[in-house]
Design a protein around this ligand. Structure first.
Ligand code: PMP
Length: 311
């Protein structure tokens, strides 16, 4: 059985429960993170953990939560302890800050922030498509306008929009959805950022109006290290159709090539050379096998790895 960290204590999974009348559940009032821990030669290591925790705290501030009773360093330790308690070498990590103890009157100030952290083993998000490339459609659902929902923040309620789009795509037989913003330009996918390669240039939509992914930032830096320029630019869906390559980035999806959009094959219909190169560089970076690894990997301390034995 696994353990979940809740408000400062590691609890057996079955005891990590939330009352039915919790505003986080009733109204989607919460913010969360998706983080990955990878097995490396030096033990489990979390990819850009501090950056994820900082984004979690930023999301909480954007939503209007009062300061949490845990500072970033304490949450970093809590992630280590949760991984240790579950005795995992590699896993997905889900911290969540949610509104509890009130908030049923729709004011964040009438409740209190609670924090939980769960971990579980999770391999390829897109299954076999991770290697062969995935198929996308442009969704009939529009991405949030930033004055409707805070798109920079990883807010639980924002993901209703992702559920609508992804469920539609899967039911139509695609793997994921391209989401356009309210002006009709490409924004992002349901849980990934999008890049295209066209005539030797790499383009990605500007960070305003999307969740600026930590994988997106990492891949931009890996591309620049390799002498490839990435430009942030708005583009419409028609730029996708005749691009040479498209790839998506995200903590869960990692770097995944796209082989088809709206029934148009992309490039040769298989992940192209830029995609394969960046996918490989990222795979090495997260596993401690890249020049960037030391800067980006946060090793889970030995004492945290032993913590589960004491529970
Ligand atoms: N956009 C959305 C809507 C997402 O949910 C995610 C996943 N967190 C991303 C982009 C990619 O962000 P990251 O690389 O930080 O996981």
């Amino acid at each position: 059985m696994g353990y979940v960290w809740m408000n400062g204590r590691l609890l057996p999974e079955a005891e990590a429960r939330v009352p039915f009348l919790t505003a986080g559940l009733q109204y989607g009032m919460g913010v969360f993170e998706g983080i990955r821990c990878y097995a490396t030669a030096d033990g489990p290591a979390v990819f850009r953990l501090r950056d994820h925790i900082d984004r979690l705290l930023d999301s909480a501030r954007i939503l209007g939560f009062p300061p949490l009773p845990w500072e970033a360093e304490a949450l970093v330790r809590a992630v280590h302890d949760t991984i240790g308690a579950n005795d995992l070498q590699s896993c997905y990590i889900r911290p969540l800050v949610y509104l509890a103890e009130g908030g049923m009157n729709l004011s964040i100030d009438s409740g209190r922030p609670h924090v939980g952290i769960a971990v579980w083993p999770w391999n390829d998000y897109h299954g076999q498509g991770s290697d062969t490339g995935i198929r996308l459609n442009v969704s009939s659902h529009t991405r949030h306008h930033p004055n409707v929902m805070p798109t920079r923040a990883k807010v639980c309620g924002n993901y209703v929009n992702s559920f609508l789009a992804k469920t539609e795509s899967i039911r139509l037989g695609f793997d994921d959805a391209v989401m356009l913003d309210s002006a009709g330009y490409v924004a992002e996918c349901t849980g990934e950022n999008l890049f295209l390669v066209s005539k030797g240039r790499i383009l990605t939509p500007p960070a305003a109006g999307i969740l600026a992914g930590i994988t997106r930032d990492s891949v931009i830096r890996l591309a620049e290290d390799a002498g490839l320029e990435v430009r942030e630019e708005w583009f419409a869906r028609d730029r996708l159709y005749d691009s040479d390559e498209i790839f998506l980035t995200g903590t869960a999806a990692e770097v995944v090539g796209v082989r088809e959009v709206d029934f148009r094959p992309i490039g040769a219909g298989v992940p192209g050379p830029v995609t394969r190169r960046l996918r490989d560089e990222y795979a090495r970076a997260v596993r401690g096998l890249h020049g960037r690894s030391a800067e980006w990997l946060d090793r889970v301390p030995q004492q945290a790895q032993a913590a589960y034995k004491q529970i």
